[in-house]
Design a protein around this ligand. Structure first.
Ligand code: PMP
Length: 371
C-alpha cells in the first residue's frame, strides 16, 4: 500500500525561508546573547500598551473572537478615513495575500504578474494555487520596472503585485508611477487587481508623499496591504490588514476562515493604535538607525542600496563571500538575512535594530571582514 501523495506542484515547491530564530542560534553556537536583525521586526519590541492589553485580556483566551472583527475594522477605517466596508484583516498580511490569490485566480486559467525578485510569499502562494506567474526582472539598480509589469499583463491577468518600499532592496517607486500602473492595467487588463503592498511604508522618509493610502488615492482596481508586524511591533501575534475595493472585501469575508485573527491580536492592535508615543519612537529609531547603518556599512567598504524600509540590502567588499560572512556573524551572535532564497546569493539584508544592536552588528562585521 502506498501513502497518499500531495500534488506534484506542491512537492516541487521551495518553502518560504524565514529568518533564523534566536533560540536556534543560541543552542547551535552555545551563546548566551544573540541579536536578531533578520526579520524586519520592531527594534523597540511591542508597545507597552499592547502588552498590557494582552495581559488584561488573557482570560478571554477561551472565547472565540467576534465574527468579522468589527471593532478592529472600525478602528482601522477611522485611522485611514475610509469606509469599514473596505477593510479586511487577516492572520498576517500573508493570509490576505494567499486569499486574494485563491479568490481571484483560477488554476490553469489566469496569471499573476510580479517582479523578480520580490517578496517570496507572492510567487509561493501563486504556485500553491497552481496559477501561472509572469515576472519582470528588477532593473540593474534594483528599481522596479512598473511599465514592464503593465506590459506583461493581459486579459487573463487577475493580480499584479507591487511592494513599496520593496523587500529585499528597500527601493520605493514614486507614487505617480504606481498610479500610472493602475491606470494602464485598468485599460489593458480590466480583470486585474493591483495589490500595492505597503508593509514598510510608514518607515519611508516622507510617508504622506509616498503612500497611496495616505494620499487617499484608491482607484477601483487597487488594494493596499499593511501589517501590524513591523512599525506596530506585533509580528508574533499575526495581524495584517488591507484597504480593498468593497466587492473584494465581500469575497474576502465569505472565504476567510472565520477566526483567523485571534482575540489577543485584536486587543493588542486596538491598544497599539492608541500608543502614539511608542509609534513615534519606533519611526524615529528606524529612520536614524537606517542612516547610521548605511554610513557604517559604507565605511566598511560595502555597497549599500538606498532603502526607505526598516532594513538595508548590501554587498560585501570584493573578495568576501556572503555565505561565509553570514555564518561568521552567526557564530558572533548576530543573525542577519542571506538572500539566496531571493536568487541573490551575493547580497545580504540587515534589519534596523536599536542603536546598540546596530553598533554591535557593525563591530562584528568589521571583525568578520578583517578575519
Ligand atoms: N509583505 C511584505 C513585503 C513583507 O516583507 C512581509 C513580511 N515579511 C509581509 C508582507 C507579511 O507580513 P505579515 O504576514 O507578518 O503581516
Amino acid at each position: 500500500m502506498s501513502a497518499p501523495s500531495v500534488l506534484e506542484r506542491i512537492r516541487a515547491l521551495d518553502a518560504y525561508a524565514p529568518g533564523l530564530s534566536i533560540a536556534e542560534i543560541q543552542r547551535r553556537h552555545g551563546l548566551a546573547k544573540v541579536i536578531k536583525l533578520a526579520s524586519n521586526e520592531n527594534p523597540l519590541g511591542a508597545s507597552p500598551l499592547a502588552q498590557e492589553a494582552v495581559r488584561r485580556n488573557a482570560g478571554l483566551a477561551f472565547r472565540y473572537p467576534q465574527g468579522g472583527n468589527p471593532r478592529l475594522r472600525e478602528a482601522l477605517a477611522r485611522l485611514h478615513g475610509v469606509a469599514p466596508e473596505r477593510i479586511v484583516v487577516g492572520n498576517g498580511s500573508d493570509e490576505i495575500i494567499d486569499l486574494l490569490i485563491r479568490m481571484l485566480a483560477a488554476d490553469g486559467e489566469h496569471n499573476i504578474v510580479c517582479c523578480e525578485p520580490c517578496f517570496s510569499i507572492y510567487p509561493i502562494q501563486a504556485r500553491v494555487a497552481g496559477v501561472r506567474l509572469r515576472r519582470r526582472p528588477l532593473r540593474e539598480d534594483f528599481s522596479q520596472d512598473l511599465d514592464g509589469l503593465a506590459d506583461l499583463a493581459d486579459g487573463a491577468t487577475r493580480l499584479v503585485f507591487v511592494t513599496t518600499p520593496d523587500n529585499p532592496s528597500g527601493y520605493r517607486p514614486p507614487r505617480e508611477e504606481v498610479l500610472r500602473l493602475a491606470r494602464r492595467l485598468a485599460e489593458k487588463a480590466p480583470g486585474a487587481l493591483l495589490v500595492v503592498d505597503e508593509a514598510y511604508m510608514d518607515f519611508a522618509e516622507d510617508e504622506a508623499a509616498a503612500s497611496l493610502l495616505l494620499a487617499g488615492e484608491l482607484p477601483e482596481n487597487v488594494a493596499i496591504l499593511r501589517t501590524f508586524s513591523k512599525s506596530w511591533g506585533l509580528a508574533g501575534l499575526r495581524l495584517g490588514y488591507g484597504v480593498v475595493p468593497p466587492a473584494i472585501a465581500d469575497g474576502f469575508w465569505r472565504s476567510r476562515l472565520p477566526f483567523s485573527v485571534n482575540v489577543l491580536a485584536e486587543e493588542a492592535a486596538l491598544a497599539a493604535m492608541e500608543d502614539t508615543a511608542f509609534r513615534a519612537a519606533t519611526l524615529t529609531t528606524v529612520r536614524e538607525g537606517r542612516r547610521a547603518l548605511a554610513e557604517g556599512l559604507t565605511r566598511l567598504g560595502c555597497q549599500v542600496w538606498p532603502s526607505e524600509a526598516n532594513f538595508l540590502m548590501f554587498r560585501l567588499p570584493e573578495g568576501h563571500d556572503a555565505r561565509v560572512c553570514f555564518e561568521g556573524l552567526l557564530r558572533r551572535g548576530i543573525i542577519i538575512r542571506p538572500l539566496r532564497s531571493y536568487g541573490l546569493p551575493e547580497h545580504l539584508r540587515v534589519s534596523v535594530g536599536t542603536p546598540e544592536e546596530n553598533a554591535a552588528f557593525l563591530r562584528a562585521l568589521e571583525q568578520e571582514l578583517g578575519a
